[in-house]
Design a protein around this ligand. Structure first.
Ligand SMILES: CC(C)(COP(=O)(O)OP(=O)(O)OC[C@H]1O[C@@H](n2cnc3c(N)ncnc32)[C@H](O)[C@@H]1OP(=O)(O)O)[C@@H](O)C(=O)NCCC(=O)NCCSC(=O)C[C@H](O)C(=O)O
Ligand SMILES: [Mg+2]
Length: 306
């Protein structure tokens, strides 16, 4: 039976900000930022000489700041590197919401980490996220997503990494990402088939807000749940594009209202202002409204419902 990501509880991952764990000043800013989730990076943004110091920063940060309301994710170095094992020990000690694995090539990369977490009796709530950013990762996206079923079901989310993918393939950065779209859609298809979620890649030119805005719109249209970000200036546009707008909320409420009418109780399809609406649209509408409520509750905690 098919397992759709849309059957999972809605959660907010519109804006997922990466922060180098070595950068204490940036870590201090996180509490004041309106991003949905934070990735604490121990991998490519931290030099080999600074890995231990970066881990110390995270120990201090996690002890001092709960970052309430934001999902907390630690990106570790590959287990095959000199740093991966210490990073994973740190993850187990700090108990973030998820560990992000870089450069996942094949299902075994996820299974290895999942097995280690099980052996160490890590908290059941600790999720695994996977960076899909190598040619093999793209080719194996579906089998990696499927590995979530056989690896203790910790696998939760894919994050596309276009910097590494461009480096490995020679595809140039271009507006519209024409040559990359087929690979991006392969990732969206893979997560949709196995009930996971996918986040679009970072956009490096953090001063070019017009191009970033366009790329957020494209990512949302492609089915990504949100975007990995590198700079606070990118949060607003990501939240706007990956969250429902007023028109979408009004449409969803109209669909919910149409099926709630007494004469619709045994109908699977209704005419809504000249448009066919089926019960499958009701499921989408309820999910969208739930997401809108989560966003509203974020800004006005008194509107939070049980
Ligand atoms: C890109 C940056 C190095 C730019 O930093 P900076 O020069 O400090 O920028 P600003 O002066 O404009 O910063 C203004 C203030 O904002 C704070 N800041 C900046 N970035 C962040 C952040 N990410 N989180 C929190 N706060 C941030 C600065 O401290 C300034 O504060 P203040 O001094 O008080 O005014 C920098 O933005 C940066 O390091 N970004 C993240 C880099 C990163 O995480 N890289 C790894 C992820 S990228 C990736 O994964 C690629 C993927 O793997 C792939 O293959 O594609
Ligand atoms: Mg990368």
């Amino acid at each position: 039976m098919s397992q759709s990501s849309f059957s999972r509880p809605a959660r907010l991952r519109r804006s997922v900000l990466s922060v180098p764990a070595i950068n204490r000043r940036a870590l201090e800013k996180l509490d004041s930022l309106d991003c949905d989730a934070v990735i604490f990076d121990l991998e490519d943004s931290v030099s080999p000489e600074k890995k231990a110091e970066a881990r110390d920063n995270l120990r201090r940060f996690f002890a001092a700041s709960p970052l309430s309301g934001k999902e907390r994710v630690i990106r570790i170095n590959a287990l095959s590197s000199n740093f991966g094992a210490d990073d994973l020990d740190l993850v187990q000690a700090l108990e973030p919401d998820a560990v992000l694995l870089p450069k996942v090539d094949e299902p075994q990369d996820v299974i290895d980490v999942s097995d280690r977490l099980a052996e160490a009796d890590a908290s059941e709530s600790l999720r695994i996220w996977a960076m899909i950013e190598t040619p093999r990762g793209i080719l194996n996206a579906a089998s990696i997503a499927e590995a979530g079923r056989t690896s203790g079901s910790r696998l939760d989310c894919f994050v596309v990494g276009l910097n590494d993918l461009r480096k490995e393939t020679g595809v140039l950065p271009q507006p519209g990402r024409a040559y990359l779209v087929p690979w991006l859609m392969q990732v969206v298809l893979a997560v949709s088939a196995y009930g996971l979620e996918a986040l679009d890649s970072v956009f490096n030119d953090f001063k070019d807000m017009e191009a970033f805005d366009a790329e957020c719109g494209q990512g949302a249209a492609m089915g990504f749940f949100g975007k990995m970000l590198i700079h606070p200036s990118q949060i607003e546009a990501a939240n706007r594009h990956f969250g429902p707008d007023a028109t979408a909320i009004a449409e969803a409420e109209a669909i919910i209202g149409a099926f709630a009418a007494p004469n619709a109780a045994d109908l699977n399809v209704v005419n809504l202002g000249g448009r066919m609406v089926e019960r499958l649209h009701l499921v989408q509408a309820e999910r969208l409204v739930h997401k809108a409520r989560l966003i509203a509750a974020r800004h006005h905690p008194s509107t939070r419902s049980g």
